[in-house]
Structures are given as structure tokens and as C-alpha cells.
Design a binder for this molecule. Structure first.
Ligand SMILES: Nc1ncnc2c1ncn2[C@@H]1O[C@H](COP(=O)(O)OP(=O)(O)OP(=O)(O)O)[C@@H](O)[C@H]1O
Length: 224
């Protein structure tokens, strides 16, 4: 689905990582760990063609991401649901309108109307549907961000710290939603510092855990 081959990236002439290779096969579940500033968010952005590799190849659904024009990038992005680290909601819209936004902006409001009630129930936000984002707790906002990523029925879900700033119980709840999506066949990539969540996930699903550190991507080991 998504493949990085010998990819290097850096900002302002400084190399952040180099010769990174990664394959997200259909239906796979990957965790990406590593110290703060190692480049996890950057690596995720390369995977959903939000950044272009300085060197190497990124293939998204078989296409060379570096050769895609804006429209082609937008087409690929429709198949990838992204849960951003900071959620980024529009505070003047209700939580239901925020979740529906990826469909309403692309003229598919009727699909949003059909799918929203079930999706809100799935993330347990039915009662909060008409509230504004600032009125929700951190965990509720994280679940809303996941629902917004899922509403377009993506093949791949990329989540950046989806359990940041939530307690253990909420982190388990978010994890179980992501596992459910994976069991439905979705390909999942999660960047996280939450090693307890990774341990919990590994008892339920077969997940690959990678660690980005000092510019290298390696299989995580003893820390788990
Ligand atoms: N747009 C940018 N311009 C310049 N430098 C950037 C930019 N985005 C990130 N960086 C730098 O690149 C490095 C890696 O950032 P990145 O957000 O990818 O790390 P991370 O591993 O996700 O960190 P964290 O775990 O704290 O979220 C950091 O030193 C950061 O300051």
C-alpha cells in the first residue's frame, strides 16, 4: 500500500534520517516509536505524501509519490485517513460537523448524513454530537479525530500520537477502535510514545514495532 525505499529527509539542509525503508502491506499494523524529535511525524507525513523525500522513493498505492501532481496527491490522500497530533478542529462547528467535514468539503454531504449516526456511536460520541470542540475532553477530541479520519472509508489509517494526553482507560478505548479497524482489513500506522499501549496491542494483534532513533529505523526490542 505504502512503501518507502531508501528514503532520506531533512529540514533546512540538516539530515533528519536517511536510507529508511518501510513497507506497509495491506492489512498490516505498525507502531512507530522513538524519542521526541527523532522524526516520527516527518516519517508519517512522507507516508501520506504531505512531504516529498529528499532522496529515495515513496510509493503510495503503487504510484511514485514524488511524481504525483497536486490532484493525484489529493486522490491518494482520499484513501488515507490521518489522525493529527493536535486534532485541529474548527471551533465554530459542532463535533458532528467537524467529523463530517472531509465529506462535506468534497460534495459528499449526503454520505456524511448517512454514516454519521453510526460513526458517532462507534466512537461513543452520540451525546456530544452538537457540542463544540472546546467543550469536549481530551479523550473525546481524540475519538472525534479518529472518526473524522475514518468517515471517508480509507484503506490506510495513519495516527500521530492518538493517545497523547489521555488516561490509560481512554488509551485502551482508542486502541480497541484501531484494532477493530485493522480487523476490518484497514492498514494501520501509529506513531506513539505509549509503550504500555503497544504491549497491550501485541497481546491482541500481530503488530510490527519500529523505532526511529539517530536517523535510523530499526525493529524495537528490549524496551518492550
Ligand atoms: N516544518 C519544519 N521545519 C523545520 N524543522 C522541522 C519542521 N518540522 C519538524 N522539524 C524538526 O524536525 C525534527 C523532527 O520533528 P518531528 O515532529 O518529525 O519529530 P517527532 O519524532 O514526531 O517528535 P515528537 O515525538 O516530539 O512529536 C525536530 O527537530 C523538529 O524541530
Amino acid at each position: 500500500m505504502i512503501e518507502l525505499e531508501n528514503v532520506s529527509y531533512g529540514y533546512g539542509g540538516q539530515t533528519l534520517f536517511s536510507h529508511i525503508s518501510l513497507t506497509l502491506a495491506p492489512g498490516s499494523f505498525h507502531f512507530l516509536t522513538g524519542p521526541s524529535g527523532a522524526g516520527k511525524t516527518t516519517l508519517l507525513r512522507l507516508c501520506y505524501a504531505d512531504l516529498r523525500a529528499n532522496k529515495g522513493k515513496v510509493r503510495v498505492f503503487g504510484q511514485d509519490a514524488g511524481a504525483l501532481n497536486r490532484d493525484e496527491v489529493a486522490m491518494s490522500r482520499r484513501r488515507i485517513g490521518v489522525v493529527h497530533q493536535d486534532c485541529q478542529f474548527l471551533d465554530h462547528l459542532s463535533i458532528a460537523e467537524n467529523i463530517a467535514l472531509p465529506l462535506t468539503v468534497s460534495g459528499r454531504g449526503h454520505e456524511a448524513a448517512q454514516n454519521l449516526p453510526e460513526l458517532l456511536n462507534w466512537v461513543g460520541l452520540g451525546p456530544q454530537a452538537n457540542q463544540r470542540p472546546p467543550e469536549l475532553s481530551g479523550g473525546e477530541r481524540q475519538r472525534a479525530a479518529l472518526a473524522r479520519a475514518v468517515i471517508v472509508s480509507p484503506d490506510v489509517i495513519i495516527a500521530d500520537e492518538p493517545t497523547g494526553n489521555v488516561d490509560w482507560e481512554m488509551s485502551q478505548r482508542l486502541l480497541s477502535l484501531l484494532i477493530e479497524l485493522n480487523k476490518m482489513g484497514k492498514t494501520i500506522l501509529i506513531a506513539t510514545h505509549d509503550l504500555a499501549m503497544i504491549r497491550a496491542a501485541k497481546s491482541d494483534i500481530s503488530a510490527r514495532v519500529l523505532r526511529l532513533k539517530d536517523g535510523q529505523l530499526v525493529q524495537a526490542g528490549a524496551e518492550l
